[in-house]
Design a protein around this ligand. Structure first.
Ligand SMILES: Nc1ncnc2c1ncn2[C@@H]1O[C@H](COP(=O)(O)OP(=O)(O)OP(=O)(O)O)[C@@H](O)[C@H]1O
Ligand SMILES: [Mg+2]
Length: 415
């Protein structure tokens, strides 16, 4: 190795790699800086050189054909050793460079002046002024200007990194979104396929029986007709149940995909708002013979997407009516609302059977339901949690109560 190596070699290379700028295309911003230098210093060659492990690579290099050279040949090896400008006024007379092939042949370097490009405290390369004729040492004003250009270059490189990081993170988010959408659509297709398949099989079966009946219509016995009607009743029930399930799934999916632009965000008084939800739930509560009490701090007002909030609360309350009570006599649901610092905490609890241990970890998983046969889609709580996190920017969790039943906790920012 014919060049000195900086003590912080590994840190230097890591910082350089981390810029993710090596081998990228030319960019007008960097080319503008080298153009300014070309004009100001009347320099035939100007380079923005980045010193990699075994090469120096040029982000911008007017006047020089090659876009990189071997590290062995680089004058910049000396510039990156300190945070000061490194200058060679006549390379043909310099002990280190007089044999250098860049001096003895094209581009016949005589003059070199490099200002270190410093990123995160380490020197990753140099902004270089190069000439094929010897020059006087640079004036202090020009040294300042060159240092300024190197400083701007470092800044540009850091912005370049931030921009490429945010591009990558946006791409990752988009990929993640598409992936979850893909999983969701595949799951939905699978879930819808089952009930539709069953309904189709039932219809096919019935049409075969009807065709047979028609063929033998002259010899038909009354018992044959009775058998047919009995089969038909079972088949219709099967078809009805399964089509209802498919339709519920589509409804649930509409909830997930719903365009919530119309979901107005407005200032509400929480107590009044819960009162209006209670009114809308009255028929269902009466049907299930269940009492709903609410205890909301009357001073709480909040900014919220009202449609989404009511959808979430309704989901959780209806779930209690469907899943919690299993024919129990004294059925109660309670909603408690209070403010903690800048958050609103809404707790919806029931005095039902609680969530069984094997159900608890799957509660918010799409398509997880213990009531598949009754038309449950298993999308209700999944959608509710999506609403809580994505729309209301809060969280939804659940826990079993020590006595009896379970409690859903919604936490949302007040504004
Ligand atoms: N209050 C509750 N008490 C006991 N179990 C509950 C309660 N709420 C929900 N569950 C359980 O959580 C499961 C998932 O609920 P989720 O709302 O996601 O689906 P679902 O109600 O079965 O179907 P749907 O998509 O029609 O709402 C339910 O099937 C039920 O087993
Ligand atoms: Mg539900």
């Amino acid at each position: 190795m014919s060049f000195p190596v900086a003590a912080n070699k590994l840190e230097r290379l890591a910082t350089l790699k981390n810029l993710r700028i090596l081998d990228t295309d030319a960019e007008i911003t960097f080319d503008t800086l080298t153009e300014i230098a070309t004009i100001h210093f009347s320099s035939p060659i100007v380079t923005i050189s980045l010193v990699d492990e075994e090469r120096q690579w040029f982000k911008s290099h007017p006047g020089l054909g090659a876009c990189q050279t071997d590290r062995d040949l680089a004058f910049c090896n000396y510039t990156i050793l300190s945070s000061d400008i490194y200058e060679v006024t006549d390379a043909s007379k310099h002990p280190t460079f007089k044999e250098n092939i860049l001096v003895t042949s094209e581009p016949n370097i005589r003059y070199y002046c490099g200002a270190p490009i410093i990123v995160d405290g380490v020197v990753v390369g140099a902004f270089c002024i190069i000439d094929s004729v010897p020059r006087q040492a640079m004036t202090s004003e020009d040294r300042k200007l060159l240092t300024g250009l190197a400083y701007l270059t470092a800044h540009l490189m850091v912005s370049h990194r931030i921009l490429s990081d945010s591009k990558v993170s946006l791409e990752m988010q988009e990929n993640q979104r598409l992936k979850s959408l893909g999983v969701m659509v595949a799951g939905l297709a699978h879930e819808i396929n089952n009930p539709l398949g069953i309904a189709l099989a039932a219809i096919t079966h019935m049409s075969q029986i009807a065709a047979n009946l028609r063929k033998n219509v002259v010899n038909l016995k009354p018992t044959d007709l009775a058998d047919f009607l009995e089969d038909e009743e079972i088949a219709f029930q099967l078809i009805f149940d399964n089509l209802r399930r498919a339709s519920n799934l589509v409804e649930g999916f509409k909830d997930i995909a719903a365009d919530r632009v119309l979901d107005e965000r407005k200032e509400i008084n929480l107590q009044d708002y819960i009162h209006s939800i209670e009114q809308s739930l009255k028929p269902a509560l009466k049907n299930a013979n269940c009492k709903l009490n609410y205890d909301i701090d009357p001073t709480i007002s909040m900014q919220v997407n009202t449609g989404s909030l009511s959808q979430l609360i309704t989901n959780v309350v209806l779930n209690a009516l469907i899943h919690a009570f299993d024919g129990q006599k004294d059925c109660r649901i309670q909603i408690v609302g209070k403010q903690e610092s800048q958050n609103i905490i809404l707790k919806i609890s029931d005095n039902g059977k609680g969530i069984p241990a094997d159900v608890l970890p799957n509660l918010f998983t799409p398509f997880y339901t213990t009531r598949r046969a009754d038309g449950g889609t298993g999308l209700g709580l999944y959608v509710s949690r999506q609403i809580a996190t994505d729309i209301l920017k809060g969280s939804l969790s659940v826990q079993n109560l020590p006595d009896k039943g379970c409690e859903f906790t919604l936490q949302v920012p007040r504004h």
